[in-house]
Design a protein around this ligand. Structure first.
Ligand SMILES: *[C@@H]1O[C@H](CO)[C@@H](O)[C@H](O)[C@H]1NC(C)=O
Ligand SMILES: *[C@@H]1O[C@H](CO)[C@@H](O)[C@H](O)[C@H]1NC(C)=O
Ligand SMILES: *[C@@H]1O[C@H](CO)[C@@H](O)[C@H](O)[C@H]1NC(C)=O
Ligand SMILES: *[C@@H]1O[C@H](CO)[C@@H](O)[C@H](O)[C@H]1NC(C)=O
Length: 302
């Protein structure tokens, strides 16, 4: 029940039980101006090596989206959600991946490309084989779901942070993504964006072996609201709505970033929150990060 595509079920259950679901909520960290500096610096966030050379094809490369994290649950460390590294210590996720009463979050894996192999390599046409450092698993120090997330996707709030137990060492394969700021260039409807995650390949399918790379198109909010009205889901103002164009998002991709590239610097503008089904046709809902940027900053600690 952790993933977005069962989110609707979660929502229905909550409506029926009317229960409080957030018992893992931690008190907010004290606010301070220093916190404003804790986001990864614009000098280095959001850059990836793959943008420095000519791609041979559109497939994901070993050093692409180096901020993507697998969220691992339970003793057997099953991948049930995705997140993005935003600085040396924090991974941005959805609240619904953190609410308790389910398998506990037991780790975060960074720097992976192919889950089935320890050492990941790809062959480039021009410059031979490239192998990444082995993926690394981090323990969890604290989980911070947004305190106003109540299991309903109407009003957003499906956002959260995971604090790792130690600092991450950046490399070509592990780097933070930028977050938007008020000066960010305004989004256009139908803007081409990307999504990544470690979820399944479709309804009733297995988890992906390779980190996903999906191109999506932004859908206007009113169009999205109309579309979801037919299935009696209210879409509130704090979400972004995007439709997949090549591959699909599915279970386990929850928390994955909706990303845009401005002059080869990548910014996470949304967090995958809710989808109805995995096959194409219905847009998916993303928590609009810009609306929560102050909450994020206030909850980061050194
Ligand atoms: C690119 O990805 C597609 C789909 O996953 C695969 O069929 C194809 O073989 C890949 N191409 C290369 C050159 O790796
Ligand atoms: C992923 O790793 C497995 C095991 O080494 C390998 O068989 C498979 O071909 C790899 N997948 C890709 C797409 O490189
Ligand atoms: C969640 O909170 C919103 C207001 O913040 C409210 O409109 C909605 O009915 C609540 N949903 C549930 C399931 O409690
Ligand atoms: C899906 O996973 C199961 C269990 O790990 C495995 O037996 C099966 O071969 C996988 N299917 C595909 C299409 O990879």
């Amino acid at each position: 029940m952790i993933d977005a595509y069962l989110g609707f079920l979660l929502f229905v259950l909550l409506k029926i039980s009317g229960g409080a679901i957030i018992d893992g909520t931690k008190p907010l960290a004290p606010k301070s101006d220093a916190a404003l500096d804790l986001l990864a610096s614009r000098k280095y966030c959001g850059y990836q090596h793959v943008d420095d050379y000519n791609r041979e094809n559109d497939n994901i490369s070993i050093d692409e989206f180096p901020w993507i994290a697998q969220l691992l649950y339970g003793q057997d460390k099953k991948v049930l959600c995705t997140g993005s590294l935003i600085n040396k210590r924090y991974v941005l996720v959805t609240a619904h991946c953190l609410v308790s009463g389910r398998t506990p979050l037991t780790g975060v894996r960074l720097g992976d490309f192919n889950v089935t192999s320890d050492k990941d390599c790809i062959k480039h046409r021009d410059f031979g084989e490239e192998c990444s450092d082995p993926a690394e698993v981090f323990e969890i120090e604290e989980t911070i779901p947004h305190p106003e997330f109540n299991g309903s996707y109407d009003n957003g709030n499906d956002i959260g942070l995971v604090r790792l137990s130690r600092d991450v060492q950046y490399s070509e394969y592990v780097r933070p993504i930028c977050l938007p700021n008020q000066e960010s260039v305004e989004l256009r409807d139908d803007e081409e964006l990307a999504v990544s995650g470690w979820g399944t390949l479709g309804d009733f399918k297995n988890l992906t072996e390779i980190k996903k790379k999906i191109s999506v198109k932004l859908v206007a909010l009113d169009e999205c609201q109309e579309k979801f009205k037919t299935v009696r889901v209210t879409v509130g103002p704090n979400v972004l709505c995007a439709l997949e164009r090549n591959f699909v998002t599915c279970r386990g991709d929850s928390g994955g970033p909706l990303m845009r590239s401005v002059k080869n610097q990548w910014e996470a503008i949304g967090v995958l929150s809710f989808g109805l089904r995995c096959d194409r046709g219905y847009p998916a809902l993303y928590t609009d990060i810009l609306k929560y940027i102050n909450w994020i900053k206030e909850n980061l600690r050194k």
